[in-house]
Design a binder for this molecule. Structure first.
Ligand code: HEM
Length: 291
């Protein structure tokens, strides 16, 4: 029968083990607190952001925007057809019928022209002012949270110990990809290579880029950092990058949820809520680190 014992965090490796299984203190309170703060912030940022996007549901590359320019890369809209109004989404000139979700949506008989449907926006009805208040509020919560996470992770060693890539990680990447494809997961203290890449990509590339492009769109920021807007190719390009990062974060979120479900949701959730994580019993001939 499996036996698990545990010790209080802070002592030694923060772990207690028996020959069968080990319950380790894996996620510090700073990691857990900041994780949930950014998860909540991103939820509100996404839904209020989609409401803001609805006010002008087109994206452009370059400095101009308007009917007279040919630089639209993405658009959501509605059009009248012989069979009635239809919603469409256009990506790089390729048009797709998205009636019911994008462009033309709502309950039967009350459908209206809106880019993202009411169930995907905050508020659900058209209100740009409220959406901006919600968006900017959570944008500052997210930014502060990231700074707190960075400082705490530098101080408590999380960054160096758990996230910093090592040569070893590169070597085990092909094996890691194969194991993920086979949905075979090892429960160890360390993040595997793909986890490090995904978490590092979110924390050091996507979220900072989201904040920087957000700042570049703000007119008041233009007077403080006029070069920022210029560096990103103008406000319209910054808006397109901002939207693209949102799509990538939604993609990360879907994969993140699938991986948690596949790796064992109870154990994974316990670790990100309480800090305690159950590692696999040591395999015969195991070294300290495993994939
Ligand atoms: C948009 C929302 C989310 C983002 C951007 C996000 C991002 C991340 C990142 C970057 C980490 C690594 C943190 C670190 O090591 O410092 C992490 C860990 C984790 N997240 Fe999320 N997360 C989100 C939502 C969620 C949700 C909703 C859940 C639970 C249902 C969840 C469960 C976990 C778990 C269990 C871990 C630890 C993974 C492990 O130990 O292998 N996350 N998340």
């Amino acid at each position: 029968m499996e036996t698990i014992t545990m010790s209080q965090p802070g002592a030694g490796v923060d772990a207690a083990s028996t020959k069968d299984a080990t319950l380790i203190y894996r996620q510090s309170r700073w990691t857990r607190l900041t994780h949930w703060l950014w998860a909540i912030s991103l939820f509100f940022l996404l839904l209020s952001g989609l409401q803001i996007f609805n006010a002008r549901p087109q994206l452009y590359i370059g400095k101009q925007s308007g009917f007279e320019y040919n630089n639209t890369v993405f658009a959501i809209g509605a059009e009248n057809t012989a069979t009635g109004p239809r919603g469409y989404t256009e990506i790089f000139g390729h048009r797709f019928d998205t009636t019911g979700v994008l462009g033309w949506s709502g309950p039967a008989g009350q459908q209206t022209s809106r880019a993202f449907p009411s169930w995907a926006t905050i508020p659900s009805y058209y209100d740009l002012g409220t959406a901006r208040v919600v968006h900017f509020f959570f944008a500052w919560i997210l930014t502060t949270t990231l700074v707190v996470w960075l400082v705490a992770s530098l101080v408590n060693g999380h960054l160096r110990r758990d996230l910093a890539p090592r040569l070893d990680d590169l070597k085990r990447l092909p094996q890691d990809i194969i194991e993920h494809a086979k949905l075979r997961f090892h429960h160890t203290r360390e993040y595997n290579t793909l986890q490090k890449m995904a978490y590092g990509g979110v924390l050091f590339v996507l979220l900072p880029l989201m904040i920087i492009t957000g700042l570049a769109m703000s007119p008041s920021m233009n007077s403080v950092l006029p070069w920022l807007n210029e560096l990103l190719g103008g406000r319209q390009t910054a808006r397109t990058i901002h939207f693209t990062v949102m799509v990538l974060l939604v993609g990360f979120f879907i994969v993140h949820m699938m991986m948690i479900l596949a790796a064992g949701p109870i154990n994974e959730l316990r670790s990100i809520i309480t800090g305690w994580y159950r590692t696999d019993p040591p395999r015969h001939g195991d070294t300290e680190r495993s994939a």
